[in-house]
Structures are given as C-alpha cells and as structure tokens.
Design a protein around this ligand. Structure first.
Ligand code: SAH
Ligand code: SF4
Ligand code: F3S
Length: 384
C-alpha cells in the first residue's frame, strides 16, 4: 500500500500555493493524498507567523493531532513542521511545540515538482518570494527572506502548462507584485556610487520603493501583457499590491486590459499619516488616495479592497479616527482588519513600547470592520 501524506496549511495565499508544490513533491515520491489529518502517515504543518494568534493555532493543532491519535491507540503520523514559524529557530520551536518529528524549510520538505492543484479552473502562480520592504510591524521579511522574482521565462512556462491543462483564471502571488522584476536599489546604488557620474541625495528614491524607477514599461506590466496574450486565459488577478511601485503604466494596463479582474487589493494599513510613518510604509494617505483616484477615474467599475492594522503601538483616538474617516472616504468593498500583534524580532517590537490594551484594540477592530464590511457582514473576512 502506498504511504499517505496530508498538508495542513495556515496563513496567506503564498502558503497555500507553497503547499500545492509540497504536495507535488510528495506525489512525485509516490505518496498518496490522505483525506484528512486524522488518518495519514505523514503530516506537514505549513505555518504562519503574521500574528501571535496564527502561531497559537498551529500549536493547538499539533496538540489536537497528537491527542486524537493517542485516544485511538494509533501511532501518530510523522509530523513535519514548516513555513513562516521557522524564523524562530529549531530550538525555540521544539520548546513551543513538542511532538514534532522534523522542522524543515519549505524547500527542503519538497518544492521542486509542479503544483498539485485541487481547483481545475483557477490557479495560483507565485511570481516572487520574500519581501524587500521593512514595514516595522511585519515578520514576513524575516520569515520569508529577501524578495526574489521568478524569471519571466519560468512563469510563462508554468502558464503555458496551465493553459494546456485547461486553466482559465490565474492569480499571481507575491508580497509586492508591482515590484516584480525591477532592478534592486541595492545593486544599482552601488553601481551609481562606483560610476564617475555625479551622485546626489536626490538620486535615492525617498519613498519605500527599494527599486529604481523602470525605464519604459515596468516588468510587472509586461508580465500582465504576456499572460493576457493567451486567448485561453480569461481572468487575471494579483496579490498583493502596495502603493509604492504602483506605476502609472500599471494603472493604465488595469484600466484597459479587461482580463484583469476589476477587484484590486491594495493594503493601506492605516489612514493616519503619523501611524503610517511609524509603520515605515513610506507613503501618505494622499499618495494612496492618488493611486485609487487614478484607478477609479480610469474605470469606475474598479472596486478596491484593503488590509488595515488597528491598535498599532501608540495609536491615539485621534489617529484611529483619521483611519475611520479615511475608510469612509475610500469606500473599500472589503477590508481585512487586523488587531496589531507584536512580533518579536521586528523593528516595531523593539522601538515602540506603548502597546494599546486589548479591549481598545478589539473595540477599534469592531468599529472599523463595521464601517468597511457593512455590505458583506455575513461573509466578511475574518482576521482578528
Ligand atoms: N505584503 C502584503 C501582505 C503582508 S501580510 C502587504 O504588504 O500588504 C498580510 C497582512 O497582515 C498585512 O497586510 C497586515 O495588515 C497584517 N499584518 C502584518 N503584520 C501584522 C502584525 N504584526 N499584527 C497584525 N497584523 C499584521
Ligand atoms: Fe513586506 Fe510590508 Fe507586506 Fe510585510 S507588510 S510583507 S514588510 S510589504
Ligand atoms: Fe503568509 Fe503568514 Fe507567512 S501571512 S507570508 S504565511 S507569516
């Protein structure tokens, strides 16, 4: 009988997409998918570290699994722990979650095979891994490392394969999709510094972008055009965009290319400029609103969604009210509102100690969630 595997995934779409590739690797090694975690030879727990609650859920899940097998007098499956919690280091994880057998980075669990996709029409396609930004609250640059774009060639080969298999909807994934394929500042700055040409302070971009402004068509726009050129591909989505590197050419492409979904996800994180500054987001609410205005002016059918963190350290009533007012102005269709969760190792955790008490964070979450998700309260995004 073939050995079985099951993957339990926490966290964002990038993690779900990684799990599809881990599944591919298992199947290439001759394993069969188990129907559930409660009857499998190997269990991969693909973790998320974005908030403490996500880590707590992973821990509780492992405990539940171990208890369930013990209650039935069955040998427990081999438990492999992977994903974004690995940034804690093996020793700390072993302390946090005993009963796991192996702690392996995603690429070592198995990542080299094509994805095993359950959905037959829609496919996730990762275009970059990691993140080059340093939003002060965020663990992702540490858990997933620096941003690396996959090559155009590799992505197009994957799309061709999907088209052959009958897929018609694609969601491109990355922490900053608009920055895909851009030339990194780090390298280019060094180049500039080494060249004989005059180098001035003004040559360093003053926003959050870690990249040079592209000449001509930005690579991400080119990628969208190449994928749209497949007649079989009918809908293209992408996650996540950020206000930086949201070039005018990208706005123009979204406006005119109707294969691109009219729903655009654009996290703002806060509607208060002072909070945005503490978050090191590198833009103001006016910069954000400008992108939104351009999109809506180009095509009034475009709808927007966002991510917001409430209760960032030191967030005053006034700052929170600025976010409320901004939300009313932006009129997002959906908002993933999250309560701030301090992440050890991040800049915010070290810099800011004026934590907002839980009841206030909760109250702010409720207020904002009601305002943004008023039209879809029954199926609104649930992250707290
Ligand atoms: N790259 C994307 C998404 C990153 S993670 C972006 O830049 O927007 C998904 C969401 O989790 C973020 O948008 C943010 O709203 C939330 N988040 C990240 N760190 C958090 C923290 N420490 N506490 C609460 N929410 C957090
Ligand atoms: Fe990167 Fe900031 Fe998004 Fe975190 S929130 S993944 S640091 S861009
Ligand atoms: Fe995603 Fe969670 Fe990692 S949101 S990138 S799985 S920390």
């Amino acid at each position: 009988m073939k050995k079985t595997y099951f993957i339990h995934t926490f966290g964002c779409q990038s993690n779900k997409s990684d799990s599809e590739r881990i599944a591919g690797d298992y199947e290439a090694r001759g394993y069969e998918p188990a129907k559930s975690w409660d009857n499998t030879d190997e269990l991969v727990v693909n973790t998320c570290a974005i908030r403490k609650s996500a880590e707590d859920r992973a821990r509780a899940f492992v405990l539940k699994v171990v208890k369930s097998y013990a209650d039935r007098n069955l040998p427990k499956p081999k438990i492999i722990f992977t994903g974004c919690m690995l940034h804690h280091g093996k020793n700390k994880i072993m302390e946090m979650v005993t009963a796991i057998d192996e702690i392996l980075p995603v690429n070592e669990v198995g990542f080299n095979q094509s994805a095993v996709r359950r959905d037959k029409k829609h496919a996730w396609v990762p275009i970059s891994a990691g993140c080059n930004s340093f939003c002060t609250y965020c663990i992702v640059p540490y858990s997933r490392g620096r941003e690396q774009s996959r090559s155009m060639e590799e992505i197009i080969i994957e799309v061709e394969d999907l088209v052959k298999k009958g897929y018609s909807e694609i969601t491109l994934l990355g922490q900053n999709v608009n920055s895909w394929g851009l030339e990194k500042m780090g390298i280019s700055l060094r180049k500039m510094l080494m060249s004989d040409e005059k180098f001035t302070r003004e040559m360093i971009p003053n926003n959050q972008s870690q990249y040079l402004k592209p000449e001509g068509t930005p690579p991400f726009v080119e990628l969208l055009q190449k994928i749209s050129a497949f007649p079989e591909i009918k809908i293209i989505r992408f996650l996540s965009s950020n206000p930086w590197d949201f070039h005018d050419e990208l706005v123009a492409e979204i406006v005119k290319n109707k294969k691109i979904d009219r729903y655009v996800h654009l996290p703002v994180q806060s509607g208060s400029n002072t909070v945005l500054d503490r978050m090191n987001r590198g833009y103001t609410t006016a910069d954000y609103a400008k992108v939104v205005e351009k999109l809506r002016a180009g095509d009034p059918e475009i709808v927007l969604g966002t991510d917001i963190i409430v209760g960032f350290p030191g967030e005053t009533d006034e700052e929170f009210n600025e976010t409320v007012e901004f939300a009313k102005k932006m009129n997002w269709k959906v908002g993933f509102v999250a309560m701030y969760s301090p992440r050890p190792g991040t800049a915010a955790h070290r810099l800011y100690h004026d934590e907002i008490p839980y009841p206030i964070r909760k109250k702010r979450w409720e207020i904002l969630d009601q305002i943004i998700n008023k039209d879809n309260l029954n199926n609104r995004p649930k992250i707290v």
